[in-house]
Design a protein around this ligand. Structure first.
Ligand code: PLP
Length: 391
């Protein structure tokens, strides 16, 4: 399957087809436990334990099917699925052997990841985290040997900065530093970080991978052995359950089709906003005058469905805008078929202090828009009408 096109892999990889039943889609193995030891000579083995299935916190056939589909679209040899993106991120970070070295992370992070790095990680592991802006990381041509790992978001939440992964990956490889990339905003359709220098890629599968805003999940993909991540998943218990796994692998089949539309709709809306008199600034790497356009061109296959913009009228103006939209709902998640809008200062970044927000470029008047797959003319009409309410 690995030599097939993206959509063929998204539809066909990892499917469990049992000729005894002739089922065409993967069944849900709604089992906490399995017969063990399983003496059947034709028993199926869990790829993570190389043994028959035993208990669903360790592994479950529907979860394996999901992991294989994700690995196939990501171009990863190994993958693990989790109950949320945060379960994947924390399990990965806590399982790394940093040999006492520090982590260098961008400060432009999803609020909960930032809070984990600032308040918990050092206390739990003894390894400090140094935070720098994405722009600083992009400009580095050396990273000192004090660091055991570099962590970044390839498109940042919510300021839509783009990391120069190809360059950072090259430096990390030269220095023997582990590179971890949260590629949630790009999705595996627009970027496969392992191919351009990452050692581990993480995703909130809650977003584009599932694509329907109806279930939570997270992923780690890597070409390295993932025994210690598997062990940590067993310890912390963040394994995804089979019903969730079924929903996510179902959603993933249309990832390519959805992303083509997200990419196109977001670009059209970014261009519309760019020309609008009530809009102060638009953050979208597909715009030719974006400071990240040239970096995005080299590092991404598409510019994505996420954009942010600043409106006239400060926080009040931004709130007025999002609550006068008729079709687009105000809600903090992203990556679903329906467009959603949020104010990062009220939701994803409400726990981030004002000094950090300043470095991230998260202002009170910033609106984050997850552009869905609806007809773009209808979305533009909705936004245009709401903007007309601003002074
Ligand atoms: C970039 C990014 N990474 C990680 C997460 C965490 O994922 P989850 O909410 O599935 O735990 C989020 C959630 O919004 C996110 O935006």
């Amino acid at each position: 399957m690995s030599n097939k096109g993206f959509n063929t892999r998204a539809v066909g990889s990892g499917e469990i087809k049992d000729e005894n039943y002739g089922n065409v889609v993967t069944p849900i193995f709604e089992n906490a436990t399995f017969i063990y030891p399983n003496k059947n000579p034709s028993r199926k083995e869990d790829k993570n334990t190389k043994d028959s299935y035993i208990y669903s916190r360790w592994g479950n056939p529907t979860v394996t099917a999901l992991e294989e589909k994700y690995a196939s679209v990501e171009g990863a040899n190994n993958s693990l699925a989790f109950s949320s993106g945060m379960a994947a991120i924390t399990s990965l970070m806590l399982s790394l052997d940093l040999k006492g070295k520090k982590v260098l992370s961008v400060i432009d992070l999803y609020g909960q990841t930032l809070s984990f790095f600032k308040n918990k990680f050092a206390r739990m592991t003894g390894n400090e985290v140094d935070l720098v802006s994405t722009d600083t990381l992009n400009a580095l041509d050396i990273i000192t040997k004090d660091y055991g790992a570099v962590y970044l978001e390839s498109i940042t939440n919510p300021s839509i900065k783009v990391a120069d992964l190809i360059n950072i990956g090259k430096i990390c490889k030269e220095q023997g530093i582990t590179l971890i990339v949260d590629a949630t905003f790009a999705s595996p359709f627009n970027q496969n970080p392992l191919e351009i220098g990452a050692d581990y890629v993480v995703h909130s599968g809650t977003k584009y991978l599932n694509g329907h805003s109806d279930t939570m999940s997270g992923f780690i993909g890597s070409n390295k052995d993932m025994a210690s991540q598997f062990d940590m998943r067993k310890n912390l218990g963040g394994t995804i359950d089979s019903f969730q796994a079924y929903l996510v692998q179902r959603g993933m089949k249309t990832l390519g089709l959805r992303m083509e539309r997200h990419n196109k709709n977001a670009r059209d809306i970014a261009e519309f906003l760019h020309e609008h008199s009530k809009v102060l600034e638009v953050f979208y790497p597909g715009l030719e005058d974006s400071p990240y356009h040239h970096i995005a061109k080299r590092n991404l296959g598409g510019y994505g469905g996420m954009l942010s913009f600043r409106v006239k009228g400060g926080l009040d103006g931004a709130r007025k805008l999002i609550f006068s939209l008729k079709h687009i709902s105000p809600a903090p998640s992203l990556g679903g078929v329906e467009s959603l809008v949020t104010l990062p200062v009220d939701t994803s970044h409400s726990s981030v202090n004002s000094q950090d927000r300043k470095i991230m470029g998260v202002t009170d008047d910033m609106v984050r828009l997850s552009v869905g797959i609806e007809d773009v003319e209808d979305l533009i009409e909705d936004i245009s009408s709401s903007l007309s309410h601003l002074d």
